[in-house]
Design a protein around this ligand. Structure first.
Ligand SMILES: [Mg+2]
Length: 191
């Protein structure tokens, strides 16, 4: 199938270890600024905040959830536009203004009863390192802070705001053999 060839080619440099890590994932948590966005913060003269998201990231959330992968966000900042976006995408949970992300994750795994091996996290800066250290699959965008990237298991080919979340979601779905069936199902002709 053509789509499968394209996917295999796109992910051709992904190691066996990364496919193994991705296959175990039951929960994908993402940072927002610098991952779902390019990290830019735009304010108007009334102090209103604006952000640019990528529709490619949003579109895959429902497929992840349908495939049994929960989706959440943990962000260090607190902003209404981010809360709105997380609600719109129907994230299973989203925490804002979190200063100690490592502690937040510990609290979460206790209440959710989920193994660390089955959690993936995407982050781009120092505040994300305490989570990187714990989860089974830590991912950084291509333009994450240079000295943060070596702590990630995998670095996406996309930069923040340019489809980082989509790349990770596609990798997870493909590792479970679920991406091609989604494409086949949506592209098949009506009988
Ligand atoms: Mg960030």
């Amino acid at each position: 199938m053509e789509a499968e060839k394209v996917i295999e080619e796109f992910f051709s440099s992904v190691s066996a270890d990364i496919w193994e890590r991705a296959k175990k994932i039951k929960l994908l948590i993402t940072d927002i600024d610098g991952v779902m966005t390019d990290g830019g913060l735009i304010y108007d003269d009334r102090g209103l905040e604006f952000k640019k998201y990528n529709v490619k990231d949003g579109l895959i959330v429902k497929h992840l959830r349908k495939s049994g992968v929960l989706v959440g966000a943990i962000t260090g900042r607190e902003s209404q536009v981010v809360i709105n976006r997380c609600e719109e995408l129907r994230f299973d949970f989203h925490y804002h203004g979190v200063k100690d992300k490592g502690k937040k994750l510990k609290d979460l795994i206790e209440t959710m009863e989920i193994e660390l091996d089955s959690i993936a996290y995407i982050g781009d800066d120092l505040i994300d390192l305490p989570i990187f250290r714990q989860v089974g699959f830590a991912v950084a965008p291509l333009d994450a802070v240079s000295y943060v990237k070596p702590f990630a298991h995998w670095v996406t080919s996309a930069k923040g705001g340019e489809g980082v979340f989509r790349e990770v979601a596609d990798l997870i779905l493909h590792s479970k053999g679920l991406l091609v069936p989604i494409i086949e199902n949506l592209s098949k002709k009506e009988a």
